[in-house]
Design a protein around this ligand. Structure first.
Ligand code: ADP
Ligand code: MG
Length: 296
């Protein structure tokens, strides 16, 4: 298993798993020039987020820095309560930072917009009185993006992409949890947002369905090349879904480190390299962190 330092950009140290050339290869590489990289699509700079109640203030994240580039599958990985959902909501524009700034395509995020669509974990995110096609078409009509016919055509196109053409005229209660999540993904992609934000979208599914959904999401990404920000507390899921993973420390969330993991996909699960990577991330998330946190 080779873990190599491959790049430094924007003052971030980014590590990456490389497929080893020999059983013992561990390489530290000089940083290649990233000067030609385009500006990041999403820039999160020094963002702290808090909840204020009359009794107390809860700091959810502390001075987070992230850069997400177009067509990244960027994963926020961290234990429950470390502020992943709060950060995702801030990027979606539902929660304003108390310090720092979030910009999308260079413009500050000041509220929600059709350029960032969120898919949540809950299966009840679809109004039950609308059919699948109506659910997917609704945001296109509501945001005034398309007329009735065009919205219906676009909706059916994305319903087809998530493999639900036969269910376009069914209602949500006639679908399984996995199918409802496919509808939520189709509804999000149909808006053709700059970023798709997913907050533990498969966490409530059984293991087999979850794996199938991960596979489908990657196939969909291969086809559509959307920019994804994906939140999970599962190390395995992070390695499978992401090409880049930011590891967040426990409450309040800070970026502990960032790794590239494009070498892994569903076919790697169970391999020795994959298991080794899981172990390294586990140690970084929990063991190294508890020492560092205790020293603070
Ligand atoms: P994660 O998604 O990583 O599990 P969250 O972003 O949901 O974490 O929560 C981060 C922290 O903020 C937690 O300590 C949580 O208890 C707190 N928190 C979340 N939502 C609220 C809220 N509405 N009011 C007060 N505290 C909250
Ligand atoms: Mg959460």
């Amino acid at each position: 298993m080779g873990i190599s330092l491959v790049a430094t950009r924007d003052d971030e140290t980014v590590e990456s798993w490389e497929r080893p050339r020999s059983a013992t290869s561990v390489r530290i590489e000089a940083a290649p020039a990233y000067a030609a990289l385009p500006a990041p699509l999403l820039k999160v700079s020094g963002v702290s987020l808090e909840y204020r109640t009359p009794e107390r203030v809860v700091r959810a994240t502390h001075r987070i820095d992230l850069n997400v580039h177009a067509a990244d599958r960027f994963v926020l990985l961290g234990p429950s309560g470390c502020g992943k959902s709060t950060l995702l909501k801030a990027i979606a524009g539902f929660h304003l930072p108390i310090e720092g700034e979030i910009t999308l395509d260079g413009a500050p995020v000041r509220g929600p917009g059709p350029d960032r669509i969120v898919v949540f974990q809950e299966f009840d995110q679809l109004p039950p009185w609308k059919t699948v096609a109506q659910n997917v078409a609704f945001p296109l009509r509501a945001a005034g993006l398309l007329g009735r016919r065009e919205a219906d055509e676009r909706a059916r196109h994305y319903i087809d992409k998530v493999g639900l053409s036969r269910f376009a005229d069914s209602y949500p209660h006639q679908l399984s949890g996995g199918m409802k999540q496919r509808v939520a993904i189709a509804r999000a992609l149909a808006v053709q947002p700059k970023m798709l934000l997913m907050d533990e979208p498969f966490a409530a599914l059984d293991a087999l369905t979850r794996r199938k959904m991960q596979e489908e999401l990657l196939a969909l990404w291969d086809e559509v090349r959307f920019t994804l920000l994906f939140v999970t507390h599962s190390i395995e899921e992070a390695l499978v879904v992401g090409n880049r993973v930011a590891l967040l420390s426990p409450h309040p969330g800070r970026v502990r480190s960032e790794v590239n993991c494009h070498a892994f996909d569903l076919a790697s699960v169970g391999s020795r390299d994959f298991q080794a990577a899981v172990q390294v991330l586990h140690r970084r998330l929990f063991e190294a962190g508890s020492e560092a946190d205790a020293a603070r």
